[in-house]
Design a protein around this ligand. Structure first.
Ligand code: MN
Length: 217
C-alpha cells in the first residue's frame, strides 16, 4: 500500500541544487547547457537516456523531477531482459535542458567525449499499477518518496525503452540497480545494437564539433 498523499506524509519539495553540475564544468568551453532550473512545465514527466563516449563508454539515465534531471550513470546501459540487473551510479542533478543535448564535450573538459540522445520519452511512477501520467504533482510526490526510500517503480514510454522498471538502491554508496519488471515489453532483443540518436539519427561516431556548430546556428 502506498503512503503517498496520506496525512502527515512529507510532500515538501526539497530544494535541488545544480551547484555540483556547475562546479564540474566551464561553460565558456563546453557546449553543455548552463545550470538553470526548468521553466514551469505541464504534462507527463520526461525521461532521457544519453549515450556518452567519455573515457569509458556509458549510458546516462535521467528522470525529470522538480525542474531538474535526476541522473545515474549506467556503465552497461539499460536492458529489457528480466535477468539483467544493471548497476546505476547516482551522479549530480542535471538541468532539464540537458535532456536534448547532443554534441561533443571538448577534451580536457569534464566528461570529454561525444554524446547522443539514445532514447527519450515520458514516464510515470507505476507502483501497484497506479499510473499518473497526467498528474505532475502526484507523480513527482511519488517519485520523490520512492527515491528517498531507495526503491522506485516506474513505467517508461520511450522509443526503445518501454514498460515497467525499478531503480533499487543498494547498500553501497550511490549505487543503484536498474531492473526490468516482467511485462509484455520484457524481451531478449539486442537493445543496445540500436545505436542511433532518437533525435537526429546520428551514432556517436557521426557526432562532430562542426556538425554541432551547424545545429546551434
Ligand atoms: Mn555521462
Amino acid at each position: 500500500m502506498s503512503t503517498v498523499g496520506t496525512p502527515g506524509a512529507d510532500t515538501t519539495v526539497p530544494k535541488h541544487s545544480l551547484d555540483r553540475y556547475a562546479a564540474k564544468r566551464s561553460f565558456s568551453r563546453t557546449p553543455e547547457p548552463p545550470a538553470k532550473d526548468a521553466a514551469e512545465r505541464q504534462g507527463p514527466l520526461l525521461f532521457v537516456v544519453q549515450k556518452h563516449a567519455a573515457r569509458r563508454l556509458h549510458y546516462d539515465f535521467r528522470l525529470e523531477l522538480d525542474g531538474v534531471l535526476k541522473s545515474w550513470a549506467v556503465p552497461k546501459g539499460p536492458s529489457l531482459m528480466l535477468t539483467d540487473k544493471r548497476m546505476a551510479v547516482e551522479v549530480e542533478d542535471h538541468p532539464f535542458d540537458y535532456g536534448s543535448f547532443e554534441g561533443v564535450i571538448p577534451s580536457k573538459q569534464y566528461g570529454a567525449g561525444n554524446v547522443i540522445v539514445w532514447d527519450c520519452g515520458v514516464y510515470s511512477p507505476d507502483e501497484d499499477q497506479q499510473y499518473v501520467f497526467n498528474d505532475r504533482v502526484d507523480a513527482q510526490n511519488r517519485v520523490r518518496e520512492g527515491l528517498a526510500q531507495g526503491k522506485l517503480s516506474f513505467f517508461l514510454r520511450g522509443e526503445k525503452l518501454k514498460g515497467s522498471f525499478a531503480l533499487v538502491r543498494t547498500r553501497a554508496d550511490k549505487q543503484w540497480l536498474l531492473i526490468k519488471h516482467k511485462d509484455r515489453f520484457a524481451d531478449s532483443n539486442a537493445l543496445l545494437a540500436r545505436n542511433q540518436s532518437v533525435l537526429s539519427g546520428a551514432t556517436l561516431d557521426d557526432i562532430s564539433p562542426a556538425q554541432q556548430a551547424e545545429r546551434l546556428d
